[in-house]
Ligand binder design. Structure first.
Ligand code: GLN
Length: 493
């Protein structure tokens, strides 16, 4: 029997409309599942009272025939989005008690459309990480395990709580953010779908900043259609974020069933990286075959500056982070550790409030922005960024509609396997995703199969600026061809 938690967001929406169940029942089913899954550490804060209140309002709206687009649909919110009066930590000790006096634009849009808030989801501290092991509140455990093993695996990061909660049916969908891959990589690790829209599609207002020229919000959900439905609500113009595009939001859900007939899909040869497992290559070839069979033309393309993206990203992102995080000074809000004078207070607060990875980024960022090194590092990284962007522009100008790549260079790894060793090994996880942020393009990760150990693997599609519609259409073809990933049974409950 399908429980209410197993429904897709689209099915739940239709079931509510048909009055098969109520929004309160749907919320209760999720509240129960969350309480039974605390060992996964996906939620940092549960807001069951608020969920039930919002669900009761939704039921009245549905009864009155006034249902809004997301009426009564329970969601989880990455704890990087400020929620009015609800603690927002960014996964950091420095914001442990921070209660925003405002609502982020993205979460506001979701509530405006009738969605129900279940709580705040765990993440890497300030969204810095690829495994959700840098959270000050502990690692998130993936609902997935290797066949025949109960070793705990990472759900990916930084939106690890979002991906784990969606895969474990602890919400119908979740908000997430992606600065270098934090939506797509955890989606790929957990057999879920995640889209990072074009830079500027969603407002960044009220989302805790990591690297402002790269940060974008987007959804993680269990199907391509569910992501389309959520993004349509999350996106839209906002005068409070000057980088937010003043563009109408297309009907993303309608684009899902468009198909790929007549589209040209590029396969970039530079993404065939050394040491990539044969299984990933096979999956990539399989994806191209599926799209060809559905009527697309497959064409090999070249994005020559790809190999420079990762080193350039790890200059640009820490540089912006070091500047953004200067605001946590113990003066206006957040943690304060007293000192003899203001300088000592400032030092003690930041020493106690930030974790190792955040400190590492602040130090790298400060270094690359310093007078003697600015030209050697930061300016050069920005030039590389322009070249990466140009590679994509040339491919699109030559008639490519979307680009197919693997989402990650491997399946999920074990907790502790990479965190303690060389941080660069962790950074290598982002090799296929950071290019997309550097170029400001939309990218979607869609599950495409399981590896030999029974873990999900994802493919990534990269689109033209503001053409998320083609990504939804193309990802849907892959989802249908691959068959929806069967999510793990609830061993944790
Ligand atoms: N893993 C990358 C980093 O640590 C990307 C994180 C993100 O997209 N927020 O910077």
């Amino acid at each position: 029997m399908t429980t209410l938690n197993d429904l897709t967001l689209a099915q739940a929406r239709d079931g509510l409309k048909a009055k098969d169940f109520s929004a309160v029942e749907l919320a209760q089913a999720h509240i129960g599942a969350i309480a039974a899954a605390r060992s996964l550490n996906a939620y940092l804060l549960e807001t069951p009272e608020r969920a039930l209140e919002m669900a009761a309002v939704a039921d009245t709206k549905i009864a009155a025939g006034e249902a809004r687009p997301l009426e009564g649909l329970p969601l989880g919110i990455k704890d990087l989005f400020c929620t009015h009066g609800v603690t927002t930590t960014a996964g950091s000790k420095i914001l442990e008690t921070f209660q925003p006096h405002y609502e982020s634009a993205v979460s506001h849009n979701l509530w405006r459309d009738g969605a129900v808030m279940l709580g705040k989801l765990n993440l890497d501290e300030f969204a810095m990480g690829s495994s959700n092991e840098t959270s000050a509140y502990g690692s998130v455990i993936s609902p997935w395990r290797r066949t025949g093993s109960d070793a705990p695996l990472v759900p990916g990061g930084s939106s690890g709580g979002s991906a784990a909660a969606v895969a474990a049916r602890l919400c119908l969908g979740a908000t997430a953010t992606d600065t270098g891959g934090s939506i797509r990589q955890p989606a790929a690790f957990t057999g879920t779908v995640g889209i990072k829209p074009t830079y500027g599609r969603c407002s960044r207002w009220g989302t805790v900043a990591f690297a402002s020229s790269l940060d974008q919000a987007g959804p993680i959900a269990r199907t391509v259609r569910d992501c389309a439905i959520l993004l349509a609500s999350m996106a839209g113009p906002d005068a409070r974020d000057t980088t937010c595009a003043d563009l109408a939001v297309p009907d993303f859900e309608a684009a899902v069933s468009r198909g790929v007939k007549g589209l040209t899909i590029g396969i970039p040869k530079e993404y065939r990286v050394e040491g990539m497992p044969a299984e990933i290559q096979a999956l990539w070839d399989q994806g191209a075959d599926w799209l060809r069979a559905a009527g697309a033309t497959i064409r090999e393309i070249s994005l020559p500056h790809t190999k420079l993206a990762l080193p350039a990203y790890y200059i640009v992102a820490p540089a912006e982070a070091s500047s953004n995080l200067a605001r946590y000074d113990g003066v206006r809000y957040g943690l304060r550790v007293p000192g003899r004078d203001i300088a000592e207070m400032y030092e003690k607060t930041r020493a106690a409030g930030f974790g190792r990875e955040v400190k590492r980024r602040i130090m790298i960022g400060t270094y690359v922005l310093s007078a003697g090194y600015y030209d050697a590092y930061y300016v050069r990284a920005q030039k590389i960024r322009t070249l990466i962007k140009r590679d994509f522009e040339e491919a699109y100008a030559a008639g490519v509609d979307a680009i197919l790549t693997p989402a990650t260079p491997s399946a999920a790894f074990g907790i502790g396997e990479k965190a303690s060793a060389d941080p660069v090994e962790m950074y290598l996880n982002d090799v296929f995703t950071v290019t997309v942020n550097m170029a400001g393009l939309p990218g979607i990760a869609v599950p495409a199969g399981l590896d030999a150990q029974g873990l999900p693997l994802g493919l990534q599609l990269i689109g033209r600026p503001f053409d998320e519609e083609t990504l939804f259409a193309t990802a849907q073809v892959i989802e249908e061809a691959a068959g929806r990933t069967v999510l793990p049974p609830a061993w944790w409950a």
